[in-house]
Ligand binder design. Structure first.
Ligand SMILES: Nc1ncnc2c1ncn2[C@@H]1O[C@H](COP(=O)(O)OP(=O)(O)O)[C@@H](O)[C@H]1O
Ligand SMILES: N[C@@H](CC(=O)OP(=O)(O)O)C(=O)O
Length: 453
């Protein structure tokens, strides 16, 4: 039994949805289809999710929304027409959007965003189920309301354990289940969306709930590449990668698969297969618990921008019991999660995602650290990227850190932070954002195209 998730690019147009249907029809094990909202048809296009966010912001600001509603409806209308569906479906979608705009604003601005964002996948799943039935694939749309229970705000949106129990009965369905990605409902029945790219998470939850043999994640590339193909020319293909490696790489920039989507399948050791909707015959990349093939020490190199550093120094910090805890507690009270905490004897840096702070919050944190921890120097620095070198083979390979640092130095960039996780499956470097691409290329050359090999 296979659960298949089709990303935004795979359902962006009628032509793409027809490919999805052919993929489902070609293998009777493909019983579950999780879909995203229509994505980009070409590089200049706008994802439906982004059109919906734009619409939601206009609703919240009390601005004119007519053009924005029409922009969304047009995307579905074109797809419905190309799939030979009755025009009525786009009228239903338009009515649904108007209802969401009117009702959600009575609840809260956050709910307007959640409700409209979720409509992208919800309406698409309904339309795709309708199309499947029109061509003889017996299919049924299932709403996440039927069991995908997530936690209450302000906690991060995560599926609760009962979600798996609730959804497990779907495995007995005789029809193909078409399930919208990207959102669930709290126990109180309130809709909540996942992070961007979160339809991957829905697919993983469903795969775990029904005990799938494999979770197929269909996208627009043949496989996961060892570096972002938009930056590195023709990067090496990864045929097999472990959950741990993929987790590290998706954390920082491998946008092809959401890092949170590994958790549900990892626990049950359900393999993930990343495949291309435009080339389904290609074997793709398998994400597995244990690697079965011998590979080079480095499997992939990723890079992600948008990090800030909170720098704190205090003479004799190393002797002060509880200093680190108190510092992290201040961040916890400000609702900030941290990524790394490299430290010296008298100083510590806390690396965070920049979107979590604004100037006001920043000032408050700096003041609190001075007042409560009596630090000598406290300041934020912004505009950093994290570069992560990942490979299961790294822990018994000497000199890798030196090679990476030398390659980075060739770009003229200063390394602001180095962190090697205790599992030794990854090595992270904090660098100024403007060097990100050059460093990625330099590291790729170092580990994948060594001159003397
Ligand atoms: N290392 C990588 N390997 C493959 N694709 C990558 C990598 N890093 C970034 N990407 C990008 O991820 C994209 C696929 O993810 P996404 O845009 O979320 O697709 P989907 O619409 O299928 O969800 C690819 O088109 C590619 O540009
Ligand atoms: N549509 C949502 C969720 C998602 O997973 O999309 P995609 O499969 O296109 O990455 C987004 O754009 O974030």
């Amino acid at each position: 039994m296979k659960v298949c998730k089709f990303g935004g690019t795979s359902v962006a147009s009628a032509e793409q949805v027809k490919k999805v249907a052919a993929i489902v029809q070609s293998d009777e094990q493909r019983r579950f289809v999780v879909v995203s909202a229509p994505g980009k048809r070409d590089s200049a296009d706008i994802k439906v999710t982004d059109l919906l966010i734009d619409l939601a912001n206009a609703v919240i600001a009390g601005e004119e929304i007519e053009d924005k509603i029409q922009a969304v409806v047009k995307r579905y209308e074109e797809n419905a027409q190309g799939l030979g569906l009755d025009r009525e479906i786009s009228d239903i979608i338009e009515a649904d959007l108007r209802t969401r705009c009117e009702q959600a604003i009575k609840v809260s601005p956050e709910y307007v965003l959640d409700s409209l964002k979720a409509s992208g996948e919800d309406n698409n799943a309904k339309m795709i189920a309708m199309y499947f039935n029109s061509i003889g694939i017996e299919a049924r749309y299932v709403s996440p309301e039927e069991g995908l229970v997530v936690n209450e705000p302000p906690a991060r949106t995560m599926a609760l354990s009962e979600a798996y129990n609730n959804l497990s009965s779907l495995k007995d369905s005789n029809e193909i289940i078409v399930f919208p990605g990207f959102f669930g409902y709290t126990a109180q029945g309130v809709l909540r969306t996942f992070d961007r790219g979160g339809s991957d998470i829905t697919g993983a939850i469903l795969a775990a709930a029904v005990g799938a043999d494999i979770y197929e994640n269909f996208t627009d590339v043949d496989c996961v590449f060892s570096a972002n193909p938009k930056v590195v020319n023709n990067p090496a293909e990864i045929t097999e990668i472990t959950y741990r490696e993929m987790r590290e790489l998706s954390y920082a920039g491998f946008s092809v698969f959401h890092d949170e989507a590994l958790m549900p399948v990892f626990k049950l050791k359900i393999p993930v297969n990343i495949k291309n909707t435009n080339n389904p015959a290609s074997p793709g990349t398998r994400i597995v618990s244990e690697s079965t093939i011998n590979r080079r020490p480095v499997t992939g190199i990723s890079a992600d921008a948008g990090f800030s550093i909170l720098y704190v120094s205090k003479y004799l910090m190393n002797r002060e019991i509880g200093f680190g805890r108190k510092l992290l507690q201040i961040l916890e009270e400000e609702n900030i999660s941290y990524e790394h905490t490299p430290s010296g004897l008298d100083d510590i840096s806390v690396i965070i995602r920049s979107h979590q702070v604004d100037p006001e919050k920043e000032q408050r944190i700096v003041k609190r650290v001075y007042d409560e921890l009596h630090a000598d120097d406290v300041h934020f620095r912004h505009g950093f990227s994290m570069i992560v070198v990942v490979g299961e083979g790294m822990n018994n390979n000497t000199g890798l850190a030196a090679r990476a640092a030398t390659a980075i130095s060739r770009t003229g960039a200063n390394i602001e932070m180095i962190n090697q996780g205790s599992s030794e499956v990854s090595l992270s470097f904090g660098v100024k954002q403007q060097f990100e691409d050059a460093i990625l290329k330099a590291l790729y050359e170092e580990f994948f195209q060594p001159v003397n090999v």
